[in-house]
Design a protein around this ligand. Structure first.
Ligand code: AMP
Ligand code: GLY
Length: 420
């Protein structure tokens, strides 16, 4: 098969890496891709948020199957456009992608499905929103309704912070994403990510992971896209995972189908767990980045069989082959991230790393210039390893990190601490 992967992050490099291992893959193209993907696939610089552009490119290159990595093309309807063109596509319709693209949509679906989540109200004007915050008190959570590149959520520990967030959001800080605001009860507990494939009907769990959102060791400093992850997440015990499936995920998927927008693709449920009870924090309509990297390392080439069964409505007939293993990924980011950072510094030492089914440096913001790998993004590399224990995986990953020569970058040194 000729397979096209859309995206350019570490998530998409790990997807491409797993797909490449599957014997069904004849030709692999990544768009736009990065320097890591260029080592295992052809890369094409096209606008992946434009369904017409992607459909034309797919036709010209005899593509059979498209895997959509990020949320933006999904929310823009690229999956719909490609399916209309007769292609097999992994990823939800624009209508179903509202589970990530609109917080108020998700809240309404959860209400209809009776799924446990934080109590909330939605507002389109600042004055009533502020009255609500004053009445509820802090801590409280203020969320821009739309996609805001992961920055539209303010967990306010004081009333003043929450009121400021209202001014920022209605003041246009998040553009149209902030035209509507959801104000939520603050949920206490431990967070974990649960990944399932859904083919419109069948829900197939494919793994759990825990992310590290803060930039600094000990979960300090500003929020980022994620500085590291590991899988499995011990906090999501079999019993809690079953509750999440029975009480949250299956009822919301059934409600989506009932309302005429069956969900197809990977569903990422962000859960808050307290006293053995999971509650939904958010849905994402894509793999997590960097959570995908640890899931792909654990699944290997079978990932494409599962992805294909998902797109073809055959999830009821497949099973995941689990190894009793652990994987961890450490994000290397450019100094200054998540604030401003320099681009263009050279990364050395990558060529001496062991790269096999248990050790991989997945690329995120990299590009090759005159044979040198240079940093072009905030999050630049995802050094990923697998082992019989989390400790073994972690030791391997940090040994690789230490072999990389990149003074302009940094990483957290404590990835996995909660589980160790
Ligand atoms: P979201 O973009 O909805 O994932 O929110 C980003 C982060 O904010 C989550 O991963 C949580 O750490 C935190 N968060 C979101 N909603 C809540 C809530 N209701 N209570 C506590 N923390 C929250
Ligand atoms: N790592 C968090 C996310 O992908 O949303």
């Amino acid at each position: 098969m000729n397979i096209l992967v859309l995206g350019s992050g570490g998530r998409e490099h790990s997807l491409a890496w797993a797909i490449k291992q599957n014997p069904k893959c004849d030709r692999l193209i990544c768009a736009p891709g990065n320097a890591g993907m260029a080592e295992i696939a052809e890369c094409a610089s096209i606008d992946i948020n434009d369904g017409d552009v992607v459909a034309t490119f797919a036709a010209e290159n005899a593509i059979d199957f498209v895997v959509i990595g990020p949320e933006a093309p999904l929310a823009a309807g690229v999956a719909d456009r490609l399916r209309d063109a007769g292609l097999s596509v992994f990823g939800p319709s624009a209508a179903a992608a509202r589970l990530e693209a609109s917080k108020s949509f998700t809240k309404a679906i959860c209400d209809a499905a009776n799924a446990p989540t934080a109590a909330y109200e939605r507002f389109t004007d600042p004055a009533p929103a502020k009255d609500y915050i004053r009445a509820q008190g802090a801590p409280i959570v203020v969320k821009a309704d739309g996609l805001a590149a992961g920055k539209g959520v303010i967990v306010a520990m004081t009333e003043a912070e929450a009121l400021d967030a209202i001014d920022d959001m209605f003041g246009g800080e998040f553009g149209t994403a902030g035209a509507e605001v959801v104000i939520e009860e603050f949920m206490d507990g431990e967070e974990a990510s649960f990944f399932v494939l859904v083919d419109g009907e069948t829900v197939l769990p494919i793994g759990t992971a825990q992310d590290h959102k803060r930039v600094g060791d000990g979960d300090t400093g500003p929020n980022t896209g994620g500085m590291g992850a590991y899988s499995p997440a011990p906090v999501l015990t079999d019993e809690i995972a079953q509750k999440a499936l029975d009480e949250i995920i299956r009822p919301t998927m059934a409600e989506m189908a009932r309302q005429g927008m069956p969900y197809q693709g990977v569903l990422y449920a962000g859960l808050m767990i307290k006293d053995g009870q999971p509650r939904l924090v958010e849905y994402n309509v894509r793999f997590g980045d960097p959570e995908c990297q640890v899931l792909m390392m654990r699944l290997g080439g079978q990932a494409f069989d599962l992805i294909q069964a998902c797109a073809e409505g055959r999830l009821a007939d497949v099973a995941v082959k689990w190894a009793d293993d652990h994987a961890i990924t450490v994000v290397l980011a450019a100094n200054g991230y998540p604030g401003s950072y320099q681009k263009g510094s050279e990364i050395k030492g990558l060529n001496i790393l062991p790269e096999d089914s248990s050790n991989m440096a997945f690329h995120a913001g990299t590009t090759e210039v005159d044979g040198k790998i240079t940093a072009t993004g905030g999050r630049v590399l995802n050094v990923t390893a697998r082992g019989a224990s989390l400790q073994e995986a972690r030791d391997r990953a940090y040994a690789m990190v230490d072999a990389i020569d990149w003074p302009e970058g940094f990483c957290r040194r404590d990835i996995g601490w909660r589980a160790l």
